[in-house]
Design a protein around this ligand. Structure first.
Ligand code: MG
Length: 378
């Protein structure tokens, strides 16, 4: 079957994939990237995303985004963008569904604290952890550890990486040392992520009551689309007006990205993925849209991500993660046997503890903290 028939020459072609670490026979009815996507969906880490925080704690409300619904929205937006630019939808989908697999419980605060705890043991980066999940930690197959994904999907998962860590990653780390670009599909998934969270965080922020409509009027990108909705549907009430506004914003952002990137691609005219790697980033917003999304991000940071009620959750969550880490480092015998390092090597033990904590869902981390520290339930 020709899975690459409708792709542009600069797309990632399944038939030209740089392949998997462990050689496997072709997937038959599926392309290599479809197979990657399927392995990701069947992984344990993927199911855990349902109970991991995006902004709000998983149990704070049934309708807030979790890492799982966020990842699905990224995949949906990413596929639409990929199709418009004749890029590989399957690779974008696989990358989008896997991009947050390494996230700790409690969102970004979890990763910041774990990184501090790990500072003498090689640090902790959630992008690198996502890669570690698919390369090593998943236990699904007889022949290898991890999911044995293609180079291209793994490249897309590793959005950022410190130079030190990049040096240890061989081929995959090379672009961070040479400052070359990943596939267009990886570049695109990165921006689909941004489109998804910028929009769904407005929805969740308003739903939670931490943001108000009046406040949102400060953000020009939102205010402009809100006015368009008001013109088309005068007096449209509450949630419908909000959803219509967000819908128009997503459309505006995706249209801008497709138009800008199509023009850049036409000008640079890359003939292969190798040309793409050597070129500057070609998937981009226009400078005007970039300025507007930056203003929106700043607004969300100041008014939502640093809202005092969110701060309370952040401080509590950071205490849970730090105390768990310290307790396990002091007494590794508290760990499940799989996570105890028999040799007593501190570096290895710290990494195992980071793997254990990073793999926890929000509620599992809260329960584990209670099991270890509560004197009421001896
Ligand atoms: Mg994300």
């Amino acid at each position: 079957m020709d899975f690459d028939a409708r792709l542009a020459p600069y797309a990632a072609h399944s038939s030209k994939s740089r392949g998997r670490t462990h050689i496997e026979p072709p997937a038959g009815s599926r392309s290599e990237f479809q197979r990657d996507r399927d392995r990701i969906i069947h992984s344990t880490a993927f199911r855990r995303l349902e109970y991991k925080t995006q902004v709000f704690l998983n149990h704070e409300g049934d309708l807030f985004r979790t890492r799982l619904t966020h990842s699905i929205e990224v995949a949906q937006i990413g596929r639409t963008l990929a199709r418009s630019l004749q890029l590989n939808e399957d690779l974008v989908e696989a990358t989008a569904l896997a991009h947050d697999l390494g996230h700790t419980p409690f969102g970004h605060v979890g990763q910041d604290v774990l990184n501090e705890c790990m500072k003498d043991y090689g640090g902790f980066e959630h992008n690198l952890q996502s890669l570690r999940v698919v390369d090593e930690l998943e236990e699904h197959y007889g022949a290898f550890d991890g999911l044995n994904l293609t180079f291209e999907t793994r490249e897309g998962i590793l959005k950022h990486c410190s130079v030190n860590n990049a040096r240890q990653l061989g081929e995959l780390g090379r672009r961070f040392l040479e400052r070359s670009q990943p596939s267009l599909e990886a570049q695109l998934t990165n921006l689909a992520d941004e489109i998804a969270y910028n929009n769904h965080d407005i929805d969740d922020g308003l739903r939670s009551g931490l943001l108000t409509m009046a406040q949102m009027e400060e953000v020009e990108l939102f205010a402009r689309h809100r006015r368009m909705v008001e013109t088309q549907y005068p007096g449209l009430p509450g949630r419908r007006a909000l959803y219509e506004t967000i819908r128009l914003m997503i459309t505006a952002m995706t249209a801008d990205l497709v138009e800008t990137s199509a023009a850049l691609l036409k000008e640079a005219a890359p003939q292969s993925i190798d040309d793409v790697r050597a070129a500057p980033p070609l998937i981009r917003f226009s400078p005007e849209m970039r300025a507007e999304t930056t203003a929106l991000k700043r607004f969300l940071y100041a008014n939502l991500y640093r809202h005092f009620q969110v701060n309370r959750m952040r401080v509590k969550a950071s205490r849970i993660v730090r105390e768990l880490f310290e307790a396990f480092m002091t007494d590794p015998v508290l760990l499940p046997p799989d996570y105890q390092v028999a040799s007593g090597d501190t570096l290895q033990q710290a990494r195992k503890i980071a793997d254990y904590i990073a793999g926890m869902t929000d509620r599992y981390a809260i329960k584990e903290h209670r099991r270890i520290f509560s004197l009421d339930s001896l």
